[in-house]
Design a binder for this molecule. Sequence first.
Ligand SMILES: Cc1ncc(COP(=O)(O)O)c(C=O)c1O
Length: 290
Amino acid sequence: MSVLPFDDRDGFLWLDGKLVPWRDAKIHVLTHGLHYGSCVFEGERVYGGKVFKLREHSQRLIESGRILGFEVPWTAEEIDEATMATVKANNIVDGYVRPVAWRGSEMMGVAAQATTIRFAVATWTWPSYWSPEARMKGIRLNVSTWKRPHPETAPTASKAAGLYMICTMSKHKAEGDGYEDSLMLDWRGQVAEATGANIFFVFGNELHTPTPDCFLNGITRQTVIALAKARGITVVERAIFPEDMVKASECFLTGTAAEVTPVREIGTYTFTPGDITRQLITDYDALVRA
Ligand SMILES: Cc1ncc(COP(=O)(O)O)c(C=O)c1O
């Protein structure tokens, strides 16, 4: 865990159209996004000074805002430019990028149609430390008691800050019980995803992953599906039930932060990270650095 608090660092953030000194990027306590969760964000990775799938992330940020009923006041091109300006200003070579858009302070009721939409980009150095072989050990997940909500009860296709409330609670419980992460089922009891990453299983020679009908169809998920298909691996998107996991030989998570992370245990189910996982780690690493 970083010892440097995130509000007390050197460098620059992009805030509402310009770079500002890191410590000056402040908002007021009476901010709609803070009180009511009217906030969307992205998580991106910089590899060798370039943001992987930058345009896809910028577009998803705009779309996440639209799902929540607001228009980010910048185009995808402008968001791309702001992101790269922030990466360059902080000399980031291998790092993480956090764009965020939220409703401001003009109104404090539930209805806040006239609030300005604020926009910021932060970035910090964050190399991916693990060699493929170290990663192959695999991580351990518990099964969360919190469920991914029905798409009619939450804006599940948006990367909305509010949806992370149950992710934080799930992950805290998992860490408290000695696990690295938590598997979240959906309201039907189907396997959904981890707290910040999508999930895949190997059944026979096929790769199976839950249909993203109530959680984020991750950019990494889509990338890994394409990589697997390019290798001639059959990819099946379907409803997966917890009891199906007994037949899975391999399991891994995908996400911008997680990249391709093998899993060796989910509750009582065990997996052995193997050839398909190793192949996709290698292919993903090659692609992000291409
Ligand atoms: C809840 C959740 N699901 C899935 C993902 C994977 O999405 P992506 O691959 O676009 O980073 C993330 C990470 O952004 C996430 O937070």
